[in-house]
Design a protein around this ligand. Structure first.
Ligand code: HQG
Length: 173
């Protein structure tokens, strides 16, 4: 496996593997990745510590590893809800704008809607889908209404859904 294949495989194994029974809070045994999926400890360590977006973390004893966001399998990450910054951003593609402004944001294939703290990050997220557009999310108003937010420690905020009344289109798009 070359490094890019390993990176993709690790993301799958830690976020999307519906055949695996994840441990509580989405942890997976490092030994399982070594014994059953062709990784060495050094490979996993390298992929976790050098990850550009700090997507993963080890447990304190280094026996378990997990993704901090991005899951499609139904795992409880065990994060405490937290009060978000007043404004968060969501990057998407222009072809989805109409449906999002009418139905709001929902997680689609993932467990949570993913939100960014800055427009640059949101633009990059949107570019993955096509012509990017950045949406401004009134996170303060949502939190005031009781919507829960979770911070993943690496700049990504998660929430269950965002109704359309809390979304506006960034006029600098
Ligand atoms: C859109 C990456 C139709 C949503 C990124 C998005 C992120 C709707 C797409 C993380 C909709 C889902 C997640 C609705 C939302 N109708 N489309 N009602 N509500 N959508 O990939 O947020 O590099 O599952 O706008 O950086 O793009 O993998 O979510 O376009 O942090 O670590 O449905 O994944 O991180 O796409 O990305 P995704 P996302 P990594």
């Amino acid at each position: 496996m070359n490094i890019q294949k390993k990176r993709t495989r690790l993301a799958y194994l830690l976020r999307h593997d519906d055949k695996y029974q994840y441990r509580i809070n989405a942890w997976r045994e490092v030994s399982d990745l070594i014994n059953n999926h062709g990784f060495t400890f050094d490979m996993i360590n390298e992929l976790v510590t050098s990850d550009s977006k700090q997507r993963y973390e080890f447990s304190n004893d280094m026996k378990l590893v997990r993704a901090l966001y991005g899951h499609s399998v139904n795992v409880d990450l065990g994060f405490e809800s937290a009060f978000p910054p007043p404004i968060l951003y969501h990057g998407t593609s222009t072809d989805k704008l109409e449906i999002i402004m009418s139905n709001g944001l929902s997680p689609q294939r993932r467990i949570y809607v993913h939100l960014a703290t800055d427009t640059e990050t949101a633009t990059k997220v949107g570019q993955r889908h096509g012509q990017p557009v950045v949406l401004i999310i009134d996170a303060k108003a949502m939190a005031d209404k009781g919507f829960l937010f979770y911070f993943t420690n690496n700049g990504v905020w998660l929430t269950d859904n965002v109704p359309p009344e809390y979304i506006s289109v960034n006029s600098y798009n």
